[in-house]
Write a protein of this length. Structure first.
Length: 288
């Protein structure tokens, strides 16, 4: 069954009804519960947190960081109270930092918290490569590491078309253009729709949920808490992991060039800086 929780009156009910009305098409018999009470989620296997504010005029990134940290902390603590053994997937932005917030607020093991964005960013890169070369997306594998944001790290060396490295199929100028568009992927959709993406993120989350509940041991790029892997400590960073019934079962360590490792380290340093800002303000209220 699926439980939808939203504090906005009627929104959770509307989403639940939309899901239920699709059941004759999908030939499913879903049980969908909705409301504004987190207790309805009791005993969940997987909790997906998408809650958060959007940036408004006059609001700095740090302002948004603080607001969403409070929202995500509240959601995670409440959900963990009713589903202490659930696996938590974070979608709220800034995603890597919100993973840390959720883990701390919910007092959760690091293997049961991960962020969605690595799949989304890799799929965007995959689509842009396929479109540029005029091939099926099914032929393309792509890899994006690091932060879900401007400092993400696309890795062309680990991106292939029918097993052929993409670096052998297009010029560096073409690749640079696709990397730039991938980094700007979310912002491009906001410019076009005046709201954030939802179809691609939802598909990415569904892939993660399937890997967990069906114990697929599937390798997917996700924001994961690192404890020395890639030389990075105590930070949620996008890397390939093995996902199964036990959550993050293994961090897959790629061989990176010095340039790629430096970019990943810089990306992690930015994430860690935002986490430390929140930690300082938590320990010293009123300093912001």
């Amino acid at each position: 069954s699926v439980v939808v929780v939203d504090k906005a009156p009627g929104k959770a009910e509307g989403i639940a009804l939309d899901i239920l009305e699709a059941s004759p098409i999908d030939l499913l018999e879903p049980v969908c519960v909705s409301g504004d009470n987190m207790e309805e989620t009791r005993g969940s296997e997987v909790v997906i947190i998408t809650a958060g504010a959007t940036r408004k005029e006059g609001m700095t990134r740090d302002d948004l960081l603080r607001i969403n940290a409070r929202i995500v902390a509240g959601c995670a603590a409440s959900a963990a109270k009713y589903s202490p053994y659930a696996f938590f997937i974070i979608v709220s932005n800034p995603l890597n930092v919100m993973c840390h917030v959720a883990m701390r607020a919910g007092q959760l093991p690091r293997t049961r918290v991960t962020g969605m964005a690595g799949i989304l960013d890799s799929c965007r890169f995959q689509y842009f490569i396929a479109k540029e070369l005029g091939v099926s997306v099914e032929n393309v594998q792509a890899m994006v590491l690091g932060e879900h944001g401007e400092d993400m790290v696309p890795i062309p060396r680990y991106s292939t078309v029918a097993g052929i490295p993409v670096t052998e199929l297009m010029s560096q100028e073409q690749l640079d253009g696709l990397i730039s568009r991938t980094r700007d992927g979310g912002a491009e959709i906001i410019r076009l729709m005046q709201t954030s993406a939802f179809y691609a993120p939802a598909s990415a989350v569904a892939q993660m949920v399937s890997a967990i509940v069906m114990n697929k041991h599937k390798i997917l790029p996700c924001a994961t808490y690192l404890t020395g892997e890639y030389g990075i400590e105590d930070t949620f960073v996008g890397v390939p992991v093995k996902l199964g019934a036990n959550g993050v079962e293994e961090v897959m360590q790629l061989e990176l060039t010095a340039q790629e490792r430096a970019a990943l380290t810089a990306s992690a340093r930015k994430i860690r800086g935002m986490v430390e800002l929140l930690e300082r303000e938590r320990q010293n209220p009123g300093t912001s």
